[in-house]
Design a protein around this ligand. Structure first.
Ligand code: GRF
Length: 216
């Protein structure tokens, strides 16, 4: 069975969505370990509640970022983790972890990449005035939110939206597409070819979203 290692820094609602998808049998996997870089992360409470091992690794205790990430890689490997899931992990992953898990680290970002990468995806979308935004699950590479895209989901944006309102609508979708991406991975259906991720056995739908809709 697929073994997951989750990295988080905060609230962990995506972590919870993955826990729930495993409990209901949607995903055939087990979470071996939660690693946090913040001792106050609420994700720790979720791990405790579900009897998932957790580990706080304090970045300030390591001489540099590479060492920090090589310790993370060692902890994950020691527990036979197959896939690393970033769930609100607020650090850029460095080479030692990328090398240990090539195309085996996923992240979720609250915008339609490559638009609005970085820390404020929802605010940047609202401020820019886009009509459609959403979220993206992607494999992690050395860049900031630049790796091959696995799934995207869209929401319409109103000019009156606040960052908080948009973030809430996007988060609801995040909780759907992150478990789905992990499910596809667990079924061996994701094939990375350069920048592109092929999904085996997937029929392209014909849906479109036009916002505002065409007039009658
Ligand atoms: C989410 O919006 C996710 O897209 C971003 O960080 C946030 C984490 O939220 N990468 P949570 O900790 O999963 O609740």
């Amino acid at each position: 069975m697929l073994c997951l290692g989750v990295l988080a820094s905060g609230r962990g609602s995506n972590f919870q969505a993955i826990i729930d998808a495993i409990s209901t049998g949607k995903i055939k996997a087990q979470i071996r370990l939660l690693i946090v870089d913040n001792p106050a992360a609420y994700a720790i409470e979720r791990a405790k509640k579900h009897a998932i091992e957790h580990l706080y690794l304090d970045p300030s205790k390591y001489p540099n970022k590479d060492t920090y990430f090589s310790v993370i890689a060692d902890e994950l490997k020691r527990r036979n983790v197959d896939l690393v899931v970033l769930a609100g992990f607020m650090r850029i992953v460095k080479k030692p972890l990328l090398d240990a898990y090539p195309n085996k680290i996923m992240n979720i970002h609250p915008a339609l990449l490559p638009s609005f990468p970085g820390l404020h995806g929802q605010k940047d979308a609202v401020d820019y005035g886009v009509r459609i935004s959403g979220c993206t699950v992607h494999f992690v590479d050395e860049g900031i939110d630049t790796g091959p895209i696995i799934i995207q989901a869209a929401v319409v944006v109103s000019p009156d939206d606040t960052e908080e309102e948009l973030a809430k609508r996007i988060l609801t979708l995040e909780h759907k597409i992150y478990p789905e991406a992990i499910k596809l991975y667990s079924e061996g259906r994701l094939k990375v070819e350069g920048r592109k991720v092929k999904i085996l056995g997937y029929q392209l739908p014909s849906d479109t979203i036009i916002n505002p809709p065409l007039s009658q």
